[in-house]
Ligand binder design. Structure first.
Ligand code: HEM
Ligand code: HEM
Length: 142
């Protein structure tokens, strides 16, 4: 179960990063050339983010690196702290930002405003995600 969830979480991380980058590029091009907002593309990023949230939450409770390692002593260990505190917190914030951006854009009639809203929220979300991926220990890269 743990191994399967970790593989799924790793694969979804790549899909989510690609989805966010593709959404940002396409929305940027649409914004710059005054084209309509493409909601289907933004939905791709939103669905990947929500799926990753669910898998991440499961991992948080079953992995030895998640809630089980939450302790005062582990606070002083930067890698432990990344896994049980900083990674989950920043990723949840990033997913909230992406969801708020998608939701706000959905309600806007003006294409340019919708494009701009998705751009701002998805870019900040992507920065949050990039800032707290466990790069040095990510199984795919190491
Ligand atoms: C902990 C689990 C989840 C939470 C807290 C959550 C929360 C939310 C919230 C707050 C929205 C915003 C609705 C709006 O204002 O437009 C939303 C939309 C959405 N979620 Fe999730 N979600 C979760 C899991 C999932 C999963 C597992 C999927 C499917 C893969 C999913 C797919 C979607 C889709 C497709 C929408 C957008 C619908 C639309 O077009 O408006 N979510 N979700
Ligand atoms: C934007 C969403 C997220 C991305 C891109 C992401 C990415 C990653 C990556 C790349 C790893 C390393 C996996 C490995 O070494 O094989 C990881 C591990 C982990 N993530 Fe996430 N994550 C996200 C959201 C979350 C959330 C919301 C939670 C919890 C609430 C979470 C909990 C964990 C845990 C506990 C691990 C350690 C699993 C282990 O190795 O035992 N993640 N994540």
């Amino acid at each position: 179960m743990l191994t399967g969830m970790k593989h799924l979480h790793s694969t979804l991380a790549i899909i989510l990063l690609l989805a966010l980058v593709v959404t940002i590029i396409i929305t940027w091009v649409n914004y710059a050339s005054n084209k309509p907002y493409n909601r289907k593309i933004a939905l791709l990023g939103l669905i990947s983010a929500h799926l990753q949230l669910v898998i991440g939450l499961v991992l948080y409770f079953i992995s030895p690196l998640g809630l089980k390692s939450f302790s005062g002593e582990n606070m002083g260990n930067s890698l432990s702290r990344l896994y049980f505190l900083e990674h989950p917190l920043m990723m949840v914030l990033a997913i909230v930002l992406i969801t708020v951006g998608y939701s706000k854009a959905k309600k806007l009639e003006d294409s340019q405003k919708a494009n701009r809203t998705v751009l701002i929220f998805y870019i900040i979300g992507l920065i949050f995600v990039l800032s707290r991926i466990p790069w040095s220990t990510w199984s795919i890269l190491n």
